[in-house]
Structure formats: C-alpha cells, structure tokens
Design a protein around this ligand. Structure first.
Ligand SMILES: *Cc1c(COP(=O)(O)O)cnc(C)c1O
Length: 494
C-alpha cells in the first residue's frame, strides 16, 4: 500500500513508514492511501472473535503493509493494554435500541486522543528503523491543554524519541496544568511559557523553520518531528473502533451482519469522523455519518450549503476541543469526493480568501454520506441533564453535543437505525461545566468539581484524574517564549 498527497496525483508515492515519519506531503497536502482496502464479511466475522488489540492490528495491517503482522500485534497489545485502558479500549454503552454510546476515553488521559496517541509513537519509532534513520526524533508540541498531555503519555519512554511540550502558563485549566506538571517518563520535558497559546505555537513554528537550529540538532544526532493530528499515523488507528463497535453490536445480538448503522461524531478537526468515513468506504455497513458541531458550526454550514467560510465569529464554548474554524482533515474528504486537482484549488482559495465553495458534483458525493447538525451551549447543557435524567448516564460536554445532534437527526429524519455516538472525553475531564449543567451551580473550585460531581451523581472519578492533586510535581519552569530554543538545547545537553 502506497500513500499520496491530497493535492497532487502525480507526485511520488510513499510507504506507510515514510508518511508517518514525514507527517505532511511536500506540497502541503495530507497523505491518503492510494486505494481503500476492503473488509469482507469473512474479515468482519473473524474480527468479531478477536480482542481489541488483535482487531486493531488486523485493520492497521491492511494500510501499513510495510509493517509485519507481528510488529503491529506487539504494538497494539502494548498500546491498548488493560492497564492503560481500564474498562476496555472502546466499550459500547447502550442508552436505547437506537442509541449506543462508544466510550473512547478509557485511556491514560481520559480523552479520545489516547486512542491514536498510544499507538502512533510506536509506529513512528519503527518507521525510523524502517527508513534507515539513525538520529533521534525530537517531538516539539505547543499545546492549549489536551493534546500535550495525551502526546506526553503516548511518547513517554518510547525508544529513539524525545519530546518537549510548551504550554502557555495562564492558558490551560488547573487540571490540565497539573496533569502536565506531574508527567512521568525519562524522555519527556514540559515547560511553561509566558504568553498565550499563540506565543507557544509561534515559538515552536520558529524552531521548525530555522535551518541553523536544524543543523545544530543534526550535529547532536537529532531531527525535529511533530505529533500533529493530520499525521496518517494518528488517523489510521481511529478507523479501528468503528469496525470494533460493529463487531460488538453483532456479538451482543443488537444487529445481524449487513444491518446498517449510523454514526455521530463530535467534530473539530474532522479526523475522527473521517476515520468513520474510511470504515464505511472499506465496506463496513454504515449508512449516515452525522457530523456534530458546537456553536462554531462552520461544518454544519458547509454540509448544508457547500460553502466553507471561516470569515466568521469565533466562540469559546464548554466543548473547547471543538472550538475550531479550520478543520484540517476535511481536506482528505475533499480529495476522495473531488480528486487532487480540485482539492488543491479549494485549499488555495481557503488560504487566499478564507473560503471556498465545492461544485455540485462534489457536494452530492459528500451528501451521500454526511449530515451536519449542531448544538449551542444551552442545548449542550440540556442534553447533559436529560441524559442523566432519562438514562442515569453521565456524559461530558463534547459527547453532549453529539448526543444532541444524534437525537435531532433521528427526530428530523425518523431514521431509527442503531446510532453509534462517539464519546470523546470522560465527564470528569470537564467536571466544572458538567456539574454546572446538572445543578445550575458553580463548583467551589476547578479541582473540587471532580469530587462534587462524583458526590452528586455517584459515578466514580475516571482513574487518570483520581488523586491528581496529590501527585508529585516534576516540571515547574516558566520561561520567556524567545528562550524556547535555548531551553531546548539545554534539555538535550552536551
Ligand atoms: C480532539 C477532540 C474532538 C475533535 O476531534 P476531531 O478528530 O478533531 O474532529 C472532540 N472531542 C474531544 C474531547 C477532543 O479532544
């Protein structure tokens, strides 16, 4: 299996190991598989008898053909071990016959980014060997909270890789800061910078684009790499849980083979829902893909009108991981719907004017798979309350956006096929807002919110967030953003 850029059909095609190491195509496009491997009925039935790591290794094997089956199975077993995913990797929770919540937040940071970031570093580590790279990869991340922690947990103690995370000292939540400051692992470093997220991001970008720094790093035996969400190594593992959910529904007798299901995904960068689209294109019996957005409903508008326009107001919401105006992975869908040439033109237009409109043929291809719905802040809070009242089930703010959208879709269309709703964070990750949605009261403090929410609902605090206040703080440095390169070289030593 080879991979190509979304923007150029004619450029050289690369292996999986090469694209995982490289991240972005040379022309600025994203990597996509040249063909989409198919899942036969026999494949799905065989997967049904497997545990999650074996399902993951089998599905990844269809795309990562330059990795051996043994390598993939070893990596998947390590990544999705029961000690990291307490309660299972992607268990389903049934609300009713047509609503099943797929809990993707049982990993070490209590958010769905773990599903990809627990396996991707292992794939990268092997990619370095496969491509004959003898330097150590230095991963630099600027984070506004969640990605940094999930990346730290994924990359810690992985061979041939070191990682540094920079976060804005006053730009992350109390819980997020504590999660990062108490990070373990011999190959990781966390530094706070004075300023906001943009300052951290700009600092990292400057380091990436400085050829002198690259030369100095090379002399020390390092090269820079990113943990970006557009890397194919982060996308491929997300296909797995949609197939796995279908197997679980078959195994529990909810459906028979061939029955169509629908899927709703709370969407930001369009990575998670694009993985569901690929599962569908592989032949998994999925009918509709419902794209759920919060008040930043640029995708709802796009799916309705065919125009993507980021010249609009940006809102901070209680589902911050979906507060996004540029959904990078949408480019991959454009490629499959319109081809490389049109995709390149749409992306040029986005870059130059902040907008593009797809042609009618492209829109009708997208319409055949996707529907867009959104929930504003009030609907999100109401859904948290209603889900607790109706089902005794506690959900976070992002999942609430998706449950609201799923119900709106079902009400509007009358389509009652089993709906799998992706649940992307533990309710305890956003405890304060969830607590307020349930009670109309503000918790006494951000950390106190965890205990108050647990007391109120009787639901146990998710394990990675338990006792966080008692953990040993390791990283306390706060620096000026201009000192980021010096801090980096000091960390590497020699
Ligand atoms: C990242 C994230 C999302 C958005 O996922 P995309 O793949 O970017 O669409 C939704 N919910 C949570 C909790 C997230 O962390």
């Amino acid at each position: 299996m080879k991979f190509q850029s979304t923007r150029d059909q004619s450029a050289a095609k690369l292996s999986a190991a090469q694209v995982i190491k490289q991240g972005l195509a040379a022309d600025g496009g994203l990597f996509v598989p040249e063909t989409i491997p198919q899942l036969t009925r026999a494949d799905v039935e065989a997967l049904c008898a497997m545990d999650y790591p074996a399902r993951a290794a089998t599905i990844l094997g269809k795309f990562l053909t330059d990795y051996t089956a043994e390598e993939l199975l070893a990596d998947c077993k390590a990544a999705y071990a029961p000690k990291s995913f307490v309660g299972g990797a992607a268990p389903l929770h049934k609300l009713n016959d047509s609503l099943h919540v797929m809990e993707l937040w049982h990993g070490p940071t209590a958010a769905f980014k773990d599903m990809a970031l627990q396996i991707m570093p292992r794939l990268l580590s092997r990619a370095l060997v496969k491509t004959g790279e003898d330097r150590t990869a230095l991963i630099l991340v600027a984070t506004s909270g969640d990605t940094g922690k999930a990346a730290l947990e994924g990359y810690k103690d992985i061979e041939r890789i070191k990682m540094m995370v920079f976060y804005p000292v006053d730009g992350v939540s109390t819980v997020q800061k504590l999660q990062m400051q108490t990070q373990t692992g011999a190959n990781v470093n966390v530094t706070a910078i004075k300023g906001n997220f943009d300052d951290a991001q700009t600092g990292v970008k400057k380091i990436f684009s400085d050829s002198e720094i690259a030369k100095d790093l090379d002399k020390k035996g390092y090269f820079l790499s990113s943990a970006n969400s557009i890397n194919w190594g982060r996308l491929a593992p997300q296909i797995v849980y949609y197939v796995s959910a279908y197997c679980d529904l078959l195994n529990s007798g909810e459906i028979k083979y061939g029955d169509l299901i629908n899927v709703t995904v709370p969407t930001g960068n369009f990575g998670n829902i694009f993985a569901a689209y690929l599962a569908k294109r592989m032949g998994l019996p999925i009918d509709r893909l419902v794209c759920a957005s919060n008040k930043n409903n640029i995708l709802t508008d796009f799916l309705e009108t065919g125009t993507y326009d980021r010249n609009r107001d940006f809102y901070l919401t209680m589902s911050p991981s979906m507060d996004i105006l540029i959904s990078s992975n949408l480019e991959r869908l454009l490629y499959f719907a319109a081809g490389a040439e049109k995709t390149a033109a749409y992306m040029r237009s986005l870059n130059e004017t902040g907008a593009y409109t797809v042609d009618a043929a492209t829109k009708s291809v997208i319409d055949a798979h996707f529907a867009g719905y959104y929930a504003d802040e009030q609907a999100t809070a109401k859904t948290i309350r209603d889900t607790m009242d109706e089902y005794g089930y506690l959900i976070d703010t992002h999942t609430a956006v998706a449950v609201s959208a799923a119900k709106d879709y079902q009400t509007k269309t009358g389509d009652k096929k089993p709906m799998v709703v992706a649940s992307t964070a533990s309710p305890y990750k956003f405890a304060a807002d969830v607590y307020t949605a349930l009670t109309d009261r503000t918790p006494t403090s951000p950390l106190g919110a965890l205990d108050e929410l647990s007391m109120r609902t009787g639901v146990e605090i998710t394990y990675p967030l338990r006792g966080i206040a008692e953990r040993q703080v390791r990283f306390t440095d706060v620096i000026e953003s201009r000192d980021m390169p010096a801090t980096m070289f000091a960390y590497l030593g020699k």
